[in-house]
Design a protein. Structure first.
Length: 95
């Protein structure tokens, strides 16, 4: 299983050919031009295609990691992981 935050790296290898992927909306034109065989869906924050997971940002990536921790180590471990990796407590850098 592979969690992919920047799917363009896997696109270059052909790993995502004819599979669904996600990413930033601003990357949509790049995917259409350079990787037309990838079904790029930036409207989805998480996409699972076969054993490849694409996350469209840091928060979805943390959610995917929590899901995998739960899958392999149980709910209690996933809850502990989530407490220690929450991005909700990070300071806002917007003015």
């Amino acid at each position: 299983m592979k969690i992919q935050f920047a799917p363009s790296f896997k696109c270059k290898s052909g790993l995502l050919d004819h599979k669904q992927a996600t990413g930033a909306v601003s990357d949509q034109a790049i995917f259409a031009r350079h990787f037309p065989s990838v079904r790029f869906t930036p409207s989805r924050s998480i996409v699972v295609s076969d054993q490849i997971i694409c996350a469209g940002g840091i928060n979805p990536t943390v959610d995917v990691c929590a899901h995998l921790v739960e899958r392999f180590f149980g709910r209690q471990a996933a809850q502990k992981f989530s407490r220690h990796t929450s991005t909700a407590a990070l300071p806002c850098h917007e003015e």
